[in-house]
Design a protein around this ligand. Structure first.
Ligand code: ZN
Length: 260
């Protein structure tokens, strides 16, 4: 099972369960994750959703090695369609679930990993958490869902994109991207405590509070920016396809070496 699901005390806990590959995201994992979010959203007994990950790392990002065979010819249309569904629509849908959600992040959270925790309303980070988006190394200006500028502010966003260096949990807390930094051994307990506290609040009040904040961001341009930067991302894939016939410029082996 790529994703585990459990409900207790009005809290649904969704667990990424591919620790052997640092929770790298293949298609099956993302589809199972979306199904779990939908189940939690639809269940009247669920007031709060927690997203956590098994193992040392939250997520190493998209599983570029994949399990399927590589097609002879890749078109930008195929890349666009697949990414629009799994890397854009899924993240936006999770962001808009009308219930509070909390991500618990430990270890590395790389590129596509950000697409899983950024849509959550709150983020609790273990003190060993490191967030990074090294996609510029692959000739593309950042992952598909451009939370960078909103989460980190424009200067820090540019710095981490230009250098590919990770942001530590403490740094992420300073920019407002992370709510709380806790010792690694306390991550699950502290996240569960926070979830249970929120779950005691009136559900409609929570729904309205979430909508008020998200709607404010959308009026400031969040939704439009996310959409247009997704298309900027696709021009990166288009360039890579025209240069080497593959959607990224870097060789997979080199990239893997850089990510570990
Ligand atoms: Zn992409």
């Amino acid at each position: 099972m790529n994703v585990l699901y459990d409900v207790a005390d009005k809290v649904a806990t969704i667990t990424l369960n591919r620790p052997e590959v640092a929770n790298a995201q293949n298609r099956e994992l993302l589809d199972a994750l979306d199904a779990a979010w939908t189940t939690a959203a639809d269940d009247p007994d669920v007031a709060v959703i927690v997203l956590r990950a098994e193992g040392k790392h939250f997520s190493a990002g998209h599983d570029l090695n994949g399990t399927g065979s590589r097609p002879d010819r890749i078109t930008l249309e195929a890349v666009y369609e697949g990414e629009a569904r799994r890397y854009l629509e899924y993240s936006l849908r999770w962001r808009n679930v009308p219930k509070p959600s909390i991500a618990a992040v430990q270890g590395r959270c790389i590129a596509g990993g950000l697409l899983l925790c950024w849509p959550c309303d709150l983020i609790v980070a273990a003190d060993d958490a490191k967030f990074s988006d090294p996609v510029v190394m692959m000739g593309i200006g950042g992952v598909e869902y451009h939370g960078h500028t909103w989460e980190l502010g424009p200067r820090k966003a540019k710095e981490i994109l230009f250098t590919g260096r990770p942001v530590t949990a403490d740094e992420a807390e300073k920019t407002g991207m992370v709510n709380l930094v806790v010792p690694r051994s306390e991550l699950d307990r502290r996240t569960a405590e926070l979830a249970r506290t929120i779950a005691e609040m009136p559900t409609f009040g929570l729904r309205q509070a979430k909508r008020a904040v998200n709607q404010t961001l959308d009026i400031q341009g969040f939704y439009a920016a996310i959409q247009s930067v997704f298309d900027i991302h696709q021009t990166g894939h288009g360039n890579a396809l025209s240069v080497n016939g593959y959607p990224i410029l870097m060789k997979l082996e080199e990239m893997k070496k850089n990510l570990t």
